[in-house]
Design a protein around this ligand. Structure first.
Ligand SMILES: [Zn+2]
Length: 368
Protein backbone atom coordinates (compact mmCIF):
# COMPACT_ATOMS: atom_id res chain seq x y z
CA UNK A 1 0.00 0.00 0.00
CA UNK A 2 2.58 2.46 1.13
CA UNK A 3 4.86 1.37 -1.70
CA UNK A 4 2.21 2.03 -4.31
CA UNK A 5 1.51 5.45 -2.80
CA UNK A 6 5.22 6.12 -2.91
CA UNK A 7 5.37 4.93 -6.51
CA UNK A 8 2.41 7.09 -7.39
CA UNK A 9 4.13 10.03 -5.71
CA UNK A 10 7.38 9.29 -7.52
CA UNK A 11 5.44 8.97 -10.75
CA UNK A 12 3.94 12.39 -10.18
CA UNK A 13 7.33 13.86 -9.38
CA UNK A 14 8.74 12.27 -12.50
CA UNK A 15 5.87 13.53 -14.61
CA UNK A 16 6.15 17.00 -13.11
CA UNK A 17 9.85 16.95 -13.90
CA UNK A 18 9.42 15.70 -17.44
CA UNK A 19 6.26 17.61 -18.26
CA UNK A 20 7.83 21.02 -17.76
CA UNK A 21 5.90 22.18 -20.79
CA UNK A 22 2.79 24.24 -20.43
CA UNK A 23 0.78 21.99 -22.77
CA UNK A 24 -0.36 25.13 -24.48
CA UNK A 25 0.85 25.89 -27.95
CA UNK A 26 1.04 29.37 -29.41
CA UNK A 27 1.30 30.21 -33.11
CA UNK A 28 3.45 33.25 -33.87
CA UNK A 29 3.80 34.95 -37.24
CA UNK A 30 7.58 35.34 -37.57
CA UNK A 31 7.83 36.53 -41.14
CA UNK A 32 7.12 36.20 -44.79
CA UNK A 33 8.91 33.66 -46.99
CA UNK A 34 9.54 35.94 -49.95
CA UNK A 35 13.01 34.84 -51.04
CA UNK A 36 15.10 31.65 -51.03
CA UNK A 37 15.52 30.81 -47.34
CA UNK A 38 17.77 28.27 -45.62
CA UNK A 39 16.02 26.02 -43.10
CA UNK A 40 18.23 23.95 -40.77
CA UNK A 41 17.42 21.27 -38.19
CA UNK A 42 18.03 17.70 -37.19
CA UNK A 43 16.19 15.11 -39.31
CA UNK A 44 14.05 17.71 -41.03
CA UNK A 45 10.64 16.57 -42.24
CA UNK A 46 8.72 18.73 -44.68
CA UNK A 47 5.10 17.71 -45.03
CA UNK A 48 2.92 19.06 -47.79
CA UNK A 49 -0.59 18.03 -48.74
CA UNK A 50 0.67 15.15 -50.87
CA UNK A 51 4.17 14.27 -49.81
CA UNK A 52 6.74 14.23 -47.04
CA UNK A 53 10.37 15.06 -47.79
CA UNK A 54 13.18 14.30 -45.37
CA UNK A 55 16.54 16.05 -45.10
CA UNK A 56 19.29 15.27 -42.63
CA UNK A 57 20.25 18.83 -41.66
CA UNK A 58 19.28 21.61 -44.05
CA UNK A 59 17.27 22.57 -47.09
CA UNK A 60 16.77 25.78 -49.03
CA UNK A 61 13.15 26.67 -49.62
CA UNK A 62 12.24 28.82 -52.55
CA UNK A 63 8.94 30.57 -53.24
CA UNK A 64 8.29 30.42 -56.98
CA UNK A 65 5.24 30.52 -59.25
CA UNK A 66 2.96 30.74 -56.22
CA UNK A 67 4.36 27.56 -54.66
CA UNK A 68 7.14 26.44 -52.34
CA UNK A 69 10.00 24.46 -53.81
CA UNK A 70 12.61 22.37 -51.96
CA UNK A 71 15.43 21.28 -54.27
CA UNK A 72 13.10 21.76 -57.22
CA UNK A 73 10.44 19.57 -55.64
CA UNK A 74 7.04 21.22 -55.63
CA UNK A 75 5.51 21.30 -52.14
CA UNK A 76 2.43 23.30 -53.06
CA UNK A 77 1.31 26.26 -51.00
CA UNK A 78 1.19 24.82 -47.48
CA UNK A 79 4.11 23.12 -45.74
CA UNK A 80 4.73 21.87 -42.18
CA UNK A 81 8.30 21.57 -41.00
CA UNK A 82 9.40 19.37 -38.09
CA UNK A 83 12.78 18.60 -36.63
CA UNK A 84 14.26 16.63 -33.75
CA UNK A 85 15.33 19.85 -32.11
CA UNK A 86 15.29 23.55 -32.93
CA UNK A 87 14.66 24.71 -36.47
CA UNK A 88 16.73 27.59 -37.82
CA UNK A 89 15.41 30.07 -40.35
CA UNK A 90 18.25 31.96 -42.06
CA UNK A 91 20.47 31.12 -39.06
CA UNK A 92 17.95 32.10 -36.33
CA UNK A 93 16.82 29.11 -34.22
CA UNK A 94 13.27 28.47 -33.01
CA UNK A 95 11.74 25.90 -30.69
CA UNK A 96 8.76 23.88 -31.90
CA UNK A 97 7.60 23.55 -35.47
CA UNK A 98 7.20 25.78 -38.47
CA UNK A 99 4.36 26.10 -40.90
CA UNK A 100 4.21 27.97 -44.17
CA UNK A 101 0.73 29.07 -45.17
CA UNK A 102 -0.24 30.99 -48.25
CA UNK A 103 -2.53 33.88 -47.38
CA UNK A 104 -3.46 36.57 -49.90
CA UNK A 105 -0.49 35.75 -52.09
CA UNK A 106 2.05 35.80 -49.23
CA UNK A 107 3.76 32.78 -47.71
CA UNK A 108 3.43 33.34 -43.99
CA UNK A 109 6.05 31.76 -41.79
CA UNK A 110 4.41 30.63 -38.57
CA UNK A 111 6.23 29.21 -35.54
CA UNK A 112 4.12 26.90 -33.33
CA UNK A 113 5.64 26.29 -29.93
CA UNK A 114 5.06 25.73 -26.26
CA UNK A 115 3.91 28.81 -24.36
CA UNK A 116 6.93 28.83 -22.01
CA UNK A 117 9.37 28.48 -24.91
CA UNK A 118 7.57 31.42 -26.50
CA UNK A 119 7.99 33.47 -23.31
CA UNK A 120 11.72 32.72 -23.39
CA UNK A 121 11.80 34.43 -26.79
CA UNK A 122 9.88 37.46 -25.49
CA UNK A 123 11.02 38.50 -21.98
CA UNK A 124 14.46 39.81 -22.98
CA UNK A 125 12.93 41.88 -25.77
CA UNK A 126 10.44 43.49 -23.43
CA UNK A 127 12.65 44.14 -20.39
CA UNK A 128 16.45 44.25 -19.86
CA UNK A 129 17.40 40.90 -18.31
CA UNK A 130 19.95 42.48 -15.99
CA UNK A 131 17.04 44.07 -14.10
CA UNK A 132 16.07 42.53 -10.72
CA UNK A 133 14.49 39.09 -10.82
CA UNK A 134 11.17 40.22 -9.34
CA UNK A 135 10.73 42.85 -12.06
CA UNK A 136 11.42 40.13 -14.66
CA UNK A 137 8.96 37.81 -12.94
CA UNK A 138 6.22 40.48 -12.98
CA UNK A 139 6.95 41.03 -16.68
CA UNK A 140 6.85 37.27 -17.32
CA UNK A 141 3.46 36.79 -15.63
CA UNK A 142 2.10 39.64 -17.76
CA UNK A 143 3.61 38.27 -20.99
CA UNK A 144 2.09 34.85 -20.20
CA UNK A 145 -1.31 36.41 -19.39
CA UNK A 146 -1.20 38.44 -22.61
CA UNK A 147 -0.35 35.39 -24.74
CA UNK A 148 -3.13 33.31 -23.17
CA UNK A 149 -5.56 36.11 -23.97
CA UNK A 150 -4.48 35.85 -27.60
CA UNK A 151 -5.15 32.10 -27.59
CA UNK A 152 -8.75 33.02 -26.75
CA UNK A 153 -8.85 35.72 -29.41
CA UNK A 154 -6.30 34.85 -32.11
CA UNK A 155 -5.07 37.50 -34.54
CA UNK A 156 -6.21 35.40 -37.52
CA UNK A 157 -7.28 31.88 -38.34
CA UNK A 158 -3.63 30.98 -39.08
CA UNK A 159 -1.82 32.49 -36.10
CA UNK A 160 -2.41 33.85 -32.59
CA UNK A 161 0.25 36.53 -32.22
CA UNK A 162 2.47 38.88 -34.17
CA UNK A 163 6.17 38.88 -33.27
CA UNK A 164 6.25 42.69 -33.07
CA UNK A 165 5.38 45.51 -30.63
CA UNK A 166 1.78 45.20 -31.79
CA UNK A 167 1.70 42.11 -29.56
CA UNK A 168 5.00 41.24 -27.85
CA UNK A 169 8.42 41.30 -29.48
CA UNK A 170 9.43 37.68 -30.11
CA UNK A 171 12.75 36.69 -31.67
CA UNK A 172 12.91 32.95 -30.97
CA UNK A 173 15.90 31.36 -29.28
CA UNK A 174 18.12 34.36 -30.12
CA UNK A 175 16.49 36.09 -27.13
CA UNK A 176 16.91 33.23 -24.67
CA UNK A 177 18.74 34.00 -21.50
CA UNK A 178 19.36 32.36 -18.13
CA UNK A 179 17.63 35.19 -16.26
CA UNK A 180 14.45 35.02 -18.33
CA UNK A 181 14.31 31.21 -17.98
CA UNK A 182 14.67 31.63 -14.21
CA UNK A 183 11.75 34.09 -14.19
CA UNK A 184 9.67 31.72 -16.36
CA UNK A 185 10.39 28.65 -14.20
CA UNK A 186 9.85 30.46 -10.90
CA UNK A 187 6.43 31.72 -12.09
CA UNK A 188 5.51 28.52 -13.89
CA UNK A 189 1.90 28.52 -15.01
CA UNK A 190 1.15 31.81 -13.23
CA UNK A 191 -1.39 34.06 -14.85
CA UNK A 192 -3.04 37.29 -13.68
CA UNK A 193 -6.76 36.82 -13.05
CA UNK A 194 -9.58 39.14 -12.15
CA UNK A 195 -12.81 37.62 -10.86
CA UNK A 196 -12.24 34.23 -12.43
CA UNK A 197 -11.15 35.56 -15.85
CA UNK A 198 -7.64 36.22 -17.17
CA UNK A 199 -7.02 39.96 -16.80
CA UNK A 200 -6.48 42.34 -19.73
CA UNK A 201 -2.89 43.36 -19.24
CA UNK A 202 -0.83 46.26 -20.53
CA UNK A 203 2.63 47.57 -19.80
CA UNK A 204 4.71 50.55 -20.79
CA UNK A 205 8.22 51.84 -20.24
CA UNK A 206 7.87 54.62 -17.68
CA UNK A 207 4.72 56.30 -16.37
CA UNK A 208 6.38 59.48 -15.08
CA UNK A 209 4.64 59.41 -11.69
CA UNK A 210 1.07 58.34 -12.52
CA UNK A 211 -0.19 55.39 -14.53
CA UNK A 212 -3.29 55.95 -16.65
CA UNK A 213 -6.84 54.57 -16.66
CA UNK A 214 -7.38 52.40 -19.71
CA UNK A 215 -10.53 54.20 -20.89
CA UNK A 216 -8.64 57.49 -21.21
CA UNK A 217 -6.07 56.03 -23.59
CA UNK A 218 -7.97 53.78 -25.96
CA UNK A 219 -11.56 54.52 -25.04
CA UNK A 220 -12.01 50.94 -23.86
CA UNK A 221 -14.43 49.84 -21.16
CA UNK A 222 -13.15 51.00 -17.76
CA UNK A 223 -11.71 48.24 -15.60
CA UNK A 224 -11.27 48.56 -11.86
CA UNK A 225 -7.76 47.08 -12.02
CA UNK A 226 -6.67 49.40 -14.85
CA UNK A 227 -7.18 52.73 -13.12
CA UNK A 228 -4.60 55.48 -12.64
CA UNK A 229 -2.15 54.63 -9.85
CA UNK A 230 0.43 56.81 -8.20
CA UNK A 231 3.90 55.47 -8.98
CA UNK A 232 6.85 56.57 -6.88
CA UNK A 233 9.33 54.03 -8.21
CA UNK A 234 10.25 55.07 -11.75
CA UNK A 235 12.39 58.18 -11.13
CA UNK A 236 15.49 56.45 -12.52
CA UNK A 237 13.90 56.22 -15.95
CA UNK A 238 15.91 58.27 -18.48
CA UNK A 239 12.69 59.96 -19.63
CA UNK A 240 11.29 60.70 -16.19
CA UNK A 241 11.63 64.36 -17.19
CA UNK A 242 12.01 65.45 -20.76
CA UNK A 243 11.62 68.64 -22.72
CA UNK A 244 10.92 69.35 -26.36
CA UNK A 245 12.80 70.73 -28.13
CA UNK A 246 15.82 69.45 -26.23
CA UNK A 247 17.41 72.89 -26.56
CA UNK A 248 15.83 76.25 -27.28
CA UNK A 249 12.15 76.66 -28.08
CA UNK A 250 9.63 76.35 -30.90
CA UNK A 251 8.72 79.68 -32.44
CA UNK A 252 4.97 80.49 -32.60
CA UNK A 253 5.04 79.97 -36.39
CA UNK A 254 6.97 76.74 -36.13
CA UNK A 255 4.60 75.28 -33.57
CA UNK A 256 1.54 76.20 -35.65
CA UNK A 257 3.14 74.69 -38.73
CA UNK A 258 4.12 71.47 -36.98
CA UNK A 259 0.59 71.12 -35.63
CA UNK A 260 -0.81 71.45 -39.15
CA UNK A 261 -1.82 75.13 -39.19
CA UNK A 262 0.60 76.63 -41.65
CA UNK A 263 0.44 80.37 -42.05
CA UNK A 264 -0.71 80.78 -38.44
CA UNK A 265 1.31 81.59 -35.32
CA UNK A 266 0.39 80.15 -31.93
CA UNK A 267 -0.44 82.76 -29.30
CA UNK A 268 -1.53 80.58 -26.35
CA UNK A 269 -1.73 76.89 -25.54
CA UNK A 270 -4.12 76.02 -22.71
CA UNK A 271 -4.75 72.55 -21.38
CA UNK A 272 -8.54 72.25 -20.99
CA UNK A 273 -8.94 68.65 -19.86
CA UNK A 274 -6.76 66.29 -17.86
CA UNK A 275 -7.24 62.58 -17.28
CA UNK A 276 -7.14 61.01 -13.78
CA UNK A 277 -3.51 60.08 -14.56
CA UNK A 278 -2.82 63.81 -15.21
CA UNK A 279 -2.41 63.29 -18.96
CA UNK A 280 -3.50 65.93 -21.45
CA UNK A 281 -6.84 64.93 -22.92
CA UNK A 282 -7.65 68.23 -24.62
CA UNK A 283 -5.97 71.52 -25.22
CA UNK A 284 -6.96 74.79 -26.76
CA UNK A 285 -4.81 76.55 -29.30
CA UNK A 286 -5.28 80.27 -29.66
CA UNK A 287 -3.53 81.75 -32.66
CA UNK A 288 -2.23 85.28 -33.03
CA UNK A 289 -4.84 85.82 -35.77
CA UNK A 290 -7.55 85.33 -33.12
CA UNK A 291 -8.54 81.90 -34.47
CA UNK A 292 -9.13 79.27 -31.76
CA UNK A 293 -9.30 75.51 -31.98
CA UNK A 294 -9.26 72.42 -29.78
CA UNK A 295 -6.92 69.48 -30.15
CA UNK A 296 -6.71 66.18 -28.32
CA UNK A 297 -3.55 65.46 -26.33
CA UNK A 298 -3.00 62.45 -28.53
CA UNK A 299 -3.21 64.50 -31.76
CA UNK A 300 -0.76 66.97 -30.27
CA UNK A 301 1.63 64.04 -29.62
CA UNK A 302 1.16 62.44 -33.01
CA UNK A 303 1.60 65.70 -34.95
CA UNK A 304 4.80 66.68 -33.15
CA UNK A 305 5.98 63.04 -33.16
CA UNK A 306 5.75 60.32 -30.53
CA UNK A 307 9.53 60.29 -30.20
CA UNK A 308 9.47 64.02 -29.47
CA UNK A 309 6.45 64.06 -27.15
CA UNK A 310 7.08 60.77 -25.33
CA UNK A 311 3.89 60.73 -23.30
CA UNK A 312 0.67 62.67 -22.85
CA UNK A 313 1.89 63.72 -19.39
CA UNK A 314 3.12 67.16 -20.43
CA UNK A 315 2.60 70.89 -20.17
CA UNK A 316 3.34 73.60 -22.69
CA UNK A 317 5.15 76.71 -21.50
CA UNK A 318 5.37 80.01 -23.29
CA UNK A 319 8.73 81.71 -22.90
CA UNK A 320 10.15 84.85 -24.54
CA UNK A 321 11.98 82.53 -27.00
CA UNK A 322 8.87 80.53 -27.89
CA UNK A 323 7.12 77.38 -26.71
CA UNK A 324 8.67 74.52 -24.76
CA UNK A 325 6.93 71.24 -23.95
CA UNK A 326 7.92 69.79 -20.57
CA UNK A 327 6.88 66.20 -19.97
CA UNK A 328 7.30 63.11 -17.90
CA UNK A 329 7.48 59.41 -18.70
CA UNK A 330 7.41 57.42 -21.90
CA UNK A 331 4.60 55.35 -23.34
CA UNK A 332 0.82 55.08 -22.92
CA UNK A 333 0.93 54.74 -19.13
CA UNK A 334 -1.60 51.90 -18.78
CA UNK A 335 -0.92 48.92 -16.49
CA UNK A 336 2.58 48.03 -15.37
CA UNK A 337 5.20 50.78 -15.33
CA UNK A 338 8.34 48.79 -16.18
CA UNK A 339 10.77 51.27 -14.64
CA UNK A 340 8.48 51.36 -11.61
CA UNK A 341 8.61 47.56 -11.39
CA UNK A 342 12.40 47.82 -11.44
CA UNK A 343 12.37 50.46 -8.70
CA UNK A 344 9.96 48.44 -6.53
CA UNK A 345 12.02 45.26 -6.96
CA UNK A 346 15.18 47.18 -6.01
CA UNK A 347 13.37 48.37 -2.88
CA UNK A 348 12.76 44.73 -1.95
CA UNK A 349 9.19 44.26 -3.20
CA UNK A 350 8.17 40.87 -4.59
CA UNK A 351 6.67 40.40 -8.05
CA UNK A 352 3.33 39.66 -6.38
CA UNK A 353 3.46 43.03 -4.63
CA UNK A 354 4.47 44.75 -7.88
CA UNK A 355 1.53 43.22 -9.78
CA UNK A 356 -0.86 44.02 -6.93
CA UNK A 357 0.28 47.65 -7.03
CA UNK A 358 -0.23 48.17 -10.76
CA UNK A 359 -3.27 45.85 -11.12
CA UNK A 360 -5.08 46.20 -7.76
CA UNK A 361 -7.67 43.55 -6.97
CA UNK A 362 -6.26 40.96 -9.37
CA UNK A 363 -4.85 37.63 -8.22
CA UNK A 364 -2.13 35.36 -9.52
CA UNK A 365 -3.42 31.90 -10.40
CA UNK A 366 -1.27 28.93 -11.25
CA UNK A 367 -2.94 27.22 -14.18
CA UNK A 368 -0.24 24.65 -15.04
ZN1 LIG B 1 6.06 54.73 -12.99
Amino acid sequence: MKASVLFAALGLVFLAGAAKKSEREVRVLIGDLNKPTMIEGKNLKLRSKWKTLEFSDKIQLEPREGKIFAQDKDLGSSVRIESRGPISVSGHPYHGGLAIEKVEGHFLLINSLDLDDYLAGVVKNEMPVNWPLDALKAQTVLARTYALGKLEEPRTEQYDLLATVEDQVYTGMDAEDEASWKAIKETEGEVLYYRGEPASVYYHSCCGGWTESVEYVWGKTPKSYLQAQKCDACQDCPYYFWRYPEKGALSPGDLANRLGYSGEAVGEVTVTELSPGQRVMKLQLKFQSGYKTELSGNDFRVRLGREAIRSALFKVEKTPEGFIVFGSGSGHGVGLCQWGAKGMAEAGKSYQEILEHYFPGTEIKKIY
